[in-house]
Design a protein around this ligand. Structure first.
Ligand code: ATP
Ligand code: MG
Length: 425
């Protein structure tokens, strides 16, 4: 695995990138100048790639020289989503609302609903704090990254104040919904499915971390892990992604952004962002998958709001571990596998970034855990199928929906609250 970066760099960031699939060939740089005279696609700090002249295509992913994206008009996306029909809403996040839409598979022109291919259209909410910069970072990073465990960005729209992104449709929605929502659409995930999802997401992160110019994802959380029909996991949302340190530095220093409960302690405390800060976020998601509990939940008794703080003692005690496990699993898991997963989670959550494993090591360990077969009496059941009928009482999703609050602390960092976990902005 690898990508097509090498040290003989040719910066592509100042070149306007041209789209030529379909009918609306447009130069992205000129498009951007319509919204900002100083910011053009590829010229933003932190998201410029450099590539070698000869780009090797790795079997498990690649970084394209230029974003290969369709530029949509607003009218096209309005038509594809049936005028942003409320009943086609797939979800809502800090950037805005995500709608289901239909496009012609070949031309990517709007298609009749039910015809062509399904896509997800994310539309900026004018009140969002995640504005142009994050939209631009998404286009610059995700538009060039291609990997089976990264969601595919198909194109975008930039018209007046309208900012939209068009993605491949992920039929099973987010991991967050499957872990924490209740209802017919969200059957409990089996142990094997949880492992499959963890491995997929880990491979996605490992790809980013091992690319020659490392990419730190910075917003690893259950809502950013999307699932296709077969529960293949793909990372979405590259709005906060950042290049890793260069010149032998261990970290980059940056404004603190991300989501409370998932962000690594050293990053929140100092603004020092390590590649291993992502590994901490991965550990938090593993813990959510084991326990079925949210990273941050103010509905839990006081002292238990922060999952990592209260669950760590359970992870390190083999006898206590069973009490931590998600009741929706109904005990259907190999105890040896769970023990290894708990140990891995603890390593990912180590206070010192250098004591955390690399994502490559995480992938290898998870694959070993996957090979451990359950010896329980139910091991003959198809453990890859979602589990039905939870005995746990219905639990409504936790929504911390509040206005966005910039934090005036003089450091340039800010806190914002979104619908799930408070965001660091
Ligand atoms: N490509 C997609 N296919 C299917 N559903 C999607 C897709 N992208 C997003 N969604 C749905 O829309 C929801 C909102 O996504 P979005 O990324 O805007 O917000 P979020 O991840 O929940 O929060 P944040 O803004 O903090 O990242 C997701 O949880 C998911 O259910
Ligand atoms: Mg998201």
């Amino acid at each position: 695995m690898g990508n097509c970066l090498d040290s003989s760099e040719k910066s592509i960031s100042s070149e306007p990138s041209t789209f030529n699939a379909g009918s609306s060939t447009t130069t992205t740089a000129s498009k951007f100048s319509s919204i900002s005279s100083t910011t053009t696609l590829g010229l933003s700090t932190g998201s410029d790639f450099s590539v070698s002249e000869k780009c090797q295509i790795a079997p498990q992913g690649q970084i394209l020289e230029v974003p290969n994206l369709r530029i949509f008009t607003f009218a096209e996306l309005r038509s594809a989503t049936r005028n942003f029909k409320p009943d086609s809403v797939l979800g809502e996040g800090g950037f805005g609302t995500v709608f289901k839409g239909w496009l012609d598979e070949k031309t990517l022109a709007p298609a009749k609903s039910g015809a062509g291919m399904v896509v997800a259209v994310k539309k900026l909410n004018p009140e969002s704090m995640q504005g142009f910069e994050e939209w631009q970072s998404e286009v610059n990073f995700l538009g060039r990254l291609s990997h089976p465990n990264l969601v595919k960005l198909l194109g975008y729209c930039l018209e007046e104040k309208e900012l939209l992104l068009v993605y491949e449709f992920m039929a099973k929605g987010s991991l967050e919904n499957h872990l924490f929502r209740r209802g017919a659409a969200f059957d409990p995930l089996s142990w094997n499915l949880r492992l499959k999802i963890a491995i997929g997401a880990a491979r996605g992160l490992a790809f980013l971390h091992t690319s020659e110019k490392q990419i730190i994802y910075r917003d690893f959380k259950a809502s950013n892990i999307l699932l296709d029909t077969n529960y293949n996991a793909k990372l979405s949302d590259f709005g906060l992604a950042k290049h890793g340190p260069t010149g032998g530095d261990s970290h980059v220093t940056t404004r603190v952004m991300g989501t409370y409960g998932y962000a690594a302690p050293e990053y929140v405390a100092t603004g020092h962002l390590y590649v291993k800060s992502d590994v901490y976020g991965f550990g938090v998601v593993l813990l959510e998958m084991l326990s079925g509990q949210r990273a941050l939940d103010t509905n839990r008794p006081s002292g238990q709001h922060n999952l990592v703080d209260w669950a760590k003692p359970y992870l390190s005690d083999r006898r206590k571990l069973a009490r931590l496990m998600d009741p929706r699993l109904e005990g259907q898991y190999p105890s040896k596998g769970v023990l290894h997963a708990a140990q891995l989670t603890l390593k990912c959550l180590a206070s010192e970034p250098r004591n955390r494993p690399s994502m490559k090591e995480v992938v290898e360990t998870l694959e070993q855990i996957e090979a451990i077969k359950s010896r329980s009496k139910d091991s003959t059941k198809d453990a890859t199928a979602p589990r039905h009928a939870s005995r746990r009482p219905a639990q409504s999703p936790v929504h911390h929906r509040s206005p966005l609050h910039p934090k005036h602390d003089g450091t340039g960092s800010g806190v914002r609250v979104n619908h799930h976990s408070p965001k660091l902005r």
